[in-house]
Design a protein around this ligand. Structure first.
Ligand code: SAH
Length: 455
C-alpha cells in the first residue's frame, strides 16, 4: 500500500522549526514527516512552501517568517549563504559553536558509549580566517567572472568579498580576474569542455604572507603568460609563486597532476607551532591556521610525550602533526596517499632539522597492516582521516600493535562515532571528553580531537 505524504508540492503550511540538520537546514515536521527548509532556524515560526516531496522527507522554502530566533543574525550578503561559502552565517557564533558540540554529543547519546563532549573552542574573530581559496572561472552574462557555485548546482554566482577568506586573498582574486578579462583569456565552459582557465587556487601564508597563485587550466598553454606574470607580480608584491596546474579531464576533481612553475618557487612556506613548512599546490594544508595551532597543541598535550615514544601519524599530509610530535618523541612514522605531500613532508623535516621521522607514500590502511606485520610497536597512533573516516582494517591493524593511546582528529562526527565504537570493541576507551575545535566558522563542518586509551 502506498502511504501518501502529509504534505503536497506547492502547498503552503505554517510550521515551527524544531531542529537543524548537519547541513544547516531547518527541520519542521507535519505528522512526523520532515520538511527541510534552508535559512530557517530552530524555534522560528514560518510559512513554508513545499518545493519537493520525496518518499520519507520533503524540501521547502520560507515564504514568510512569523517569528524569528533570538540567535538569528541579519546579514548583508545573501549570496554567501546561497552559494554555501557561509551557510551558517545567519546563526549567532555562540549558537554555531553549540550546534557543533550538539552534533557530536547527540550521535554519542545514541550509542552506549557514555562519552561527553566539551564546549567547542571557537575563534575570537570568526571571519576572514581561510588561508586558501579555490574559485571557478566562468563566463556569466558575457563577462568573465570568479565566484562560487550556487548550492547544489554549477551556476557561478560572482563574488568579490568572500567573508571567510583572508581579505588579501579576495583582493588577489579580483586582480587576477581583471587581468584575465584584460587579456581576453577564455574561461572554462563545462558543458562544451572548451576554454582555458577552469579555476584559480590561491594560498597565503598566515605568518609568512607568501602568496601562491595557481591557474588551473584545461589547456597545456596559458596565453599571454608573460604579461600575466609581469602584471600580477607588479600589482601583488606578496606573490612568491605562480603555478599552472593542468587538468584536461572531464571531472569535478579540481586539480590535475601536472604543475608548471611560471614564476618563483613551486611551494610557499608558512609556520605552524613555530615550525616551517613548504606547501605544494596539490598538498593538503589546514585552511584555518589560528585554530589548527589550537587543535594540534591540544592533541600533543593529550598525548603527553616524554621523548621516548614511537609515534605513527596516519594521513600525515605535509607532515604538520608528525613534525610537531617528533620534537617530543623518539621516532615518528608518517603515511599519506599524495606523493607530492610526502615530498613536502621530507623537505619539511630537513628544514626543521628533525631526522627522527620516516615518511611513506601509501594508503594508511595498507601501511598500517605492513607496519603491524613487521612488528612495529608504536606507543601512540595519530589518525586524521578525511570525512569517510577509518577503514575497519586500519582499526584492526592499529589496535593489534597495542599502542597506549590513539589520538583521533576527526572532521566528521558520524564516522568518528562509528570508529570509536569499533575501537571500543578492541578494548580502547575514551576516558576524557571529546574536544571540538571550530576550524570552519560560518559553515557546518565539525572538527574534534578524541583520545582513545588501551584498557
Ligand atoms: N594531518 C594532516 C592532513 C590531514 S587531511 C594535516 O593536518 O595537515 C587528510 C589527509 O589524508 C590528506 O592529506 C589526504 O591526502 C590523505 N588521505 C586520504 N585518504 C588517504 C588514505 N587512504 N591513506 C593515506 N592518506 C590518505
Amino acid at each position: 500500500m502506498k502511504i501518501k505524504a502529509p504534505v503536497e508540492k506547492n502547498s503552503t503550511y505554517e510550521v515551527t522549526i524544531e531542529d537543524l540538520t548537519y547541513q544547516g537546514m531547518g527541520v519542521a515536521k507535519i505528522e512526523d514527516f520532515p520538511i527541510f527548509i534552508a535559512e530557517a532556524l530552530p524555534g522560528e515560526k514560518v510559512t513554508v512552501k513545499v518545493t519537493k516531496v520525496q518518499k520519507s522527507f520533503s524540501f521547502g522554502r520560507v515564504e514568510k517568517w512569523l517569528s524569528k530566533s533570538a540567535d538569528r543574525v541579519e546579514t548583508g550578503d545573501k549570496k554567501l549563504t546561497q552559494t554555501g561559502i557561509a551557510p551558517l552565517q545567519h546563526l549567532a557564533y555562540d549558537a554555531q559553536l553549540k550546534f557543533k558540540h550538539d552534533q557530536i554529543q547527540n550521535l554519542l547519546n545514541k550509542t552506549d558509549l557514555n562519552i561527553d563532549v566539551l564546549p567547542t573552542i571557537g575563534m575570537d574573530d570568526p571571519t576572514h580566517y581561510r588561508n586558501k581559496a579555490q574559485v571557478p572561472v566562468r563566463m556569466v552574462n558575457g563577462q568573465l567572472e570568479t565566484g562560487f557555485y550556487r548550492q547544489h548546482s554549477h551556476d557561478l554566482v560572482p563574488i568579490e568579498d568572500y567573508y571567510i577568506q583572508d581579505p588579501k586573498i579576495d583582493e588577489a582574486i579580483v586582480v587576477v580576474r581583471d587581468l584575465l578579462r584584460k587579456y581576453h583569456i577564455e574561461p572554462f565552459n563545462e558543458a562544451s569542455h572548451t576554454g582555458v582557465v577552469r579555476n584559480l587556487m590561491i594560498r597565503r601564508g598566515y605568518y609568512s604572507n607568501e602568496t601562491m597563485i595557481c591557474f588551473i587550466t584545461r589547456t597545456q598553454k596559458l596565453p599571454m603568460v608573460d604579461e600575466l606574470v609581469k602584471e600580477i607580480t607588479a600589482q601583488l608584491p606578496e606573490v612568491t609563486s605562480i603555478v599552472q596546474n593542468i587538468n584536461q579531464a572531464k571531472t569535478n576533481v579540481i586539480m590535475g597532476k601536472k604543475n608548471k612553475v611560471l614564476f618563483g618557487k613551486e611551494t610557499i612556506s608558512d609556520k605552524l607551532l613555530g615550525l616551517t613548512f613548504a606547501i605544494s599546490p596539490t598538498s593538503f594544508y589546514q585552511v584555518n591556521p589560528v585554530q589548527t595551532e589550537k587543535l594540534y597543541k591540544l592533541a600533543i598535550e593529550q598525548v603527553g610525550l616524554s621523548g621516548k615514544e614511537t609515534v605513527i601519524d596516519a594521513y600525515c599530509g605535509i607532515g604538520t602533526i608528525s613534525l610537531a610530535m617528533a620534537e617530543h618523541a623518539k621516532q615518528v612514522y608518517g603515511v599519506e596517499i599524495v606523493a607530492d605531500a610526502i615530498e613536502d613532508a621530507k623537505v619539511n623535516a630537513q628544514k626543521n632539522h628533525l631526522n627522527n621521522i620516516q615518511f611513506e607514500v601509501g594508503k594508511a590502511e595498507d601501511k598500517m597492516a605492513e607496519w603491524q606485520q613487521a612488528g612495529l610497536k608504536p606507543d601512540v597512533i595519530v589518525v586524521d582521516p578525511p570525512r569517510k573516516g577509518l577503514a575497519a582494517s586500519l582499526i584492526e591493524s592499529a589496535t593489534k600493535m597495542q599502542p597506549k593511546k590513539v589520538v583521533y582528529v576527526s572532521c566528521n562526527p558520524a564516522t568518528l562515532v562509528r570508529d570509536v565504537q569499533l575501537f571500543a570493541d578492541q578494548g580502547y576507551k575514551v576516558n576524557q571528553p571529546i574536544q571540538p575545535v571550530d576550524q570552519f566558522p560560518q559553515t557546518t563542518h565539525v572538527e574534534s580531537v578524541t583520545v582513545l586509551e588501551r584498557a
